[in-house]
Design a protein around this ligand. Sequence first.
Ligand code: ZN
Length: 234
Amino acid sequence: MLVCRDRNWIILCNCDNGNTPGSTRERFTIAHELGHYHIPEHRRQLISGGRPHGSHAGAFDGAESIEELEADTFAANLLMPPARFVPRLRSLKQPPLQSAVSLRKEFDASLESTAIQTMRHDSRVIAVAKWDADALAWHRISEPFFRETGYRQFKFRQQSQLQHDCATAVALADSKSQFDSTIHETVATAAYCFGYVAAGGKRDILLREEAVRNGRFGVVSMFSILNEVEAKRR
Ligand SMILES: [Zn+2]
């Protein structure tokens, strides 16, 4: 958390929460708290006696407040500045989750935040989902696909809803001790993944589903346009 005491600003980091010194998580947590300091509305709230609020940096889980999301976005842009991130992303010419896995190492950022940054800057990416054990932890649908294409409802909440051989299900079955595990890839359809999309209709395009286990932190899956011709139109 970020605390203001006698005009001194202090960032407190819980080491028991995985913020070991020098770790990717610690970097993200500090960048997140710097966001609360640098975003004027957040700072004003702290100065005006608002109690310091605990943060779950890097959760990106949509369940928390808009302030947390803003601080996470600030942190992602601080650690992966678009001016450096976008040229690297374009030069990789790989499926999006593969790119994210390479870039997270290069930028020393978490897989979740790199996946979201990749979604913001790769127009092929439709959605990112994070799974804990056998349930969906959070998901994000990219702005253009949510607003313009109308992919508004991600259908999956439980592992039991997934086809047993889809990339996400296979990654969920991978060992929790695997960090740099294989990226699984299968093909899905938009109607299968999103609600209110008519099967066989114009919006029912083929999707690339990629998924990778991130050790005990669960599985990240990414859905993107499969067809390169379709992708170039966007
Ligand atoms: Zn926070």
